[in-house]
Design a protein around this ligand. Structure first.
Ligand code: HEM
Length: 398
C-alpha cells in the first residue's frame, strides 16, 4: 500500500467517521495525489478545487466531446441503462449548450426573489414540525423534522400532490438513486438504483400527463409548454430537483445539530445565518465531487492527462488553512470571512442554494426557539457512504 492509500481510505468506517485529519495530511503532502483503488486524482486544496470547478477543460461528462473509446473508458453497463438514461439527461450531468439551455429554463423558479416568496410557507411548516417533535417530548430529529420539511417544499414547488402515498415514495427513490453517487457502487446498489429509476421515471411521466390535462401553479405545469425541452430532459431534471432538493439539506440539518450538540454550543438567533454558513463549511454534507479531464491539465507540477478523473475534495477544501486561516479546523459560529465551497462553483453552482439557506434557517431557528434544551438520547450511527455524509437517525429529547 502506498502513502496516499494509507491516508485516504473512503471505504473504511474510521475514515468516514472523521476524514478531516487525513485531509490535513493530503494537503501537507501536495496538490494532486494519484489514488489507485478509485483510479482518481485527489485534489485537497481550496484554491485548486475552486479553480477546477470553473475550468472548462474539465466536465461532469465527456460524452458531448468524445465517444467512450476516444476517451479510453468503457461504455456504462447496459443492464444499468434506466439509471444512466435518467441521470445523463438531467441538468447536473449535461454540459455546454444543453446545460445552459435547461439551466435557463428552470432557474427562474429558484431565484432569491422567488424563493423569498416561499418563506412564510417554509417557516410555518418548520414551526409545525418542530412543534410536533416538542409535543412528543423528542424523537428522531431526522425523520420528524429534517426530512419532511425539504421534501414537502420541493414536492410542492414541482406539483407532486400532497398526499403521503405520493410524497412518501420520493425519499426511498432518492436514496436508492443516490447510492450510485458513492465510490465503486456494488451490483446490489446498482440494481436498486435501476429499479428506483424505472419507477420514478414512470411516476413522473404519469404526473406530467396529469398536469398536461389539469395544469397547476407549479414548475412541472410551467415546463410543459416549453418546446426546447424533451420529455426525457424534463423527467430527468424533475428527478434531479426532487432528489437534490432534499438530500443535502436533510444531512446538513442533522450533521449540523450533531456538531452543535457535540461542541455544547448554540448559535445566537440574531446571527443564525452566519452560524448556518459555518455548519455548512465545518462538516460538508457532500464531501467530494468528480470531474473528467477533457484536456490535459497540470496541478502542482503533475500532468493530469485527458481521460483522467479528478476527485475534488470539498470537505478538505473547506478546512484549508490557506483560505480559512489557522482556525480552519475549528467551529466558529461567528466566522465572518467564510467563502465555503459547499454549494460548488462555476456553471453547476447549486441552483437550490437560496432555498437550502431558507430551509436551514427556518429549521435551526425553530429548534432554537421551541427546544432550547435539546439533548442527545443516543450516539447516532453514521450512514456508511463517504460522498454523501449523514446519519441514520438523530434521537433527541427536549
Ligand atoms: C445544503 C443543501 C445543498 C447542498 C450542500 C448542495 C450542493 C450542491 C453542489 C455542490 C452542487 C454542484 C455539484 C457539482 O458541481 O458537481 C449542486 C448542484 C445542484 N443543486 Fe444543490 N445543494 C443543496 C441543496 C439543493 C436544493 C434545496 C436544491 C433544490 C432545487 C438543489 C438543486 C441543485 C441543482 C438542480 C443542481 C445542479 C445545477 C447545475 O448543474 O447547473 N440543491 N448542489
Amino acid at each position: 500500500m502506498d502513502a496516499v492509500e494509507a491516508v485516504y481510505d473512503p471505504f473504511s468506517p474510521e475514515f468516514v467517521a472523521d476524514p478531516y485529519p487525513a485531509y490535513a495530511e493530503l494537503r501537507a503532502a501536495g496538490r494532486a495525489h494519484w489514488h489507485g483503488p478509485t483510479r482518481q486524482w485527489l485534489i485537497p486544496h481550496y484554491e485548486d478545487v475552486s479553480a477546477l470547478l470553473r475550468d472548462r477543460r474539465l466536465g461532469r461528462t465527456y460524452t458531448h466531446r468524445f465517444t467512450h473509446e476516444e476517451f479510453g473508458r468503457e461504455a456504462p453497463d447496459a443492464a444499468y441503462e434506466p439509471f444512466h438514461t435518467l441521470n445523463d439527461h438531467g441538468l447536473l450531468d449535461l454540459e455546454a449548450a444543453d446545460h445552459s439551455r435547461i439551466r435557463r429554463l428552470v432557474s427562474k423558479a429558484f431565484t432569491p426573489r422567488t424563493v423569498e416568496n416561499l418563506a412564510p410557507t417554509v417557516r410555518r411548516l418548520a414551526a409545525d414540525l418542530v412543534g410536533d417533535l416538542v409535543a412528543a417530548g423528542g424523537g428522531d430529529l431526522q425523520a420528524a423534522v429534517a426530512e419532511p420539511l425539504p421534501v414537502a417544499v420541493i414536492a410542492q414547488m414541482l406539483g407532486v400532490p400532497g398526499d403521503d402515498e405520493e410524497r412518501g415514495r420520493l425519499r426511498p427513490w432518492s436514496a436508492a438513486i443516490c447510492g450510485m453517487f458513492e465510490l465503486n457502487p456494488s451490483e446490489e446498489t446498482a440494481r436498486l438504483a435501476v429499479e428506483a429509476s424505472v419507477e420514478f421515471s414512470d411516476y413522473l411521466r404519469e404526473l406530467i400527463a396529469r398536469r398536461r390535462k389539469s395544469p397547476g401553479d407549479d414548475l412541472i405545469s410551467a415546463l410543459i409548454g416549453v418546446e426546447e425541452l424533451t420529455e426525457q430532459e424534463m423527467i430527468s431534471t424533475c428527478v434531479l430537483l426532487l432528489n437534490a432538493g432534499h438530500e443535502a439539506t436533510v444531512n446538513t440539518t442533522v450533521n449540523g445539530w450533531w456538531t452543535l450538540l457535540k461542541h455544547g454550543v448554540r448559535p445566537d438567533p440574531e446571527k443564525l445565518s452566519t452560524a448556518v454558513e459555518e455548519l455548512l463549511r465545518y462538516d460538508t454534507p457532500l464531501q467530494m465531487f468528480e470531474r473528467w479531464v477533457l484536456d490535459d491539465i497540470e496541478i502542482g507540477g503533475r500532468l493530469i492527462p485527458r481521460g483522467s478523473e479528478v476527485a475534488l475534495l470539498f470537505g478538505s477544501a473547506n478546512r484549508d488553512p490557506a483560505r480559512f486561516g489557522p482556525t480552519a479546523d475549528e467551529l466558529d459560529l461567528t466566522r465572518a470571512d467564510n467563502p465555503h465551497i459547499t454549494f460548488g462553483a462555476g456553471i453547476h453552482y447549486c441552483l437550490g442554494a437560496p432555498l437550502a439557506r431558507l430551509e436551514l434557517a427556518a429549521v435551526f431557528g425553530e429548534l432554537l426557539r421551541q427546544a432550547p434544551d435539546l439533548r442527545l438520547v443516543a450516539e447516532p450511527v453514521r450512514q456508511p457512504g463517504y460522498v454523501i455524509r449523514g446519519f441514520e437517525e438523530l434521537l433527541v429529547e427536549v
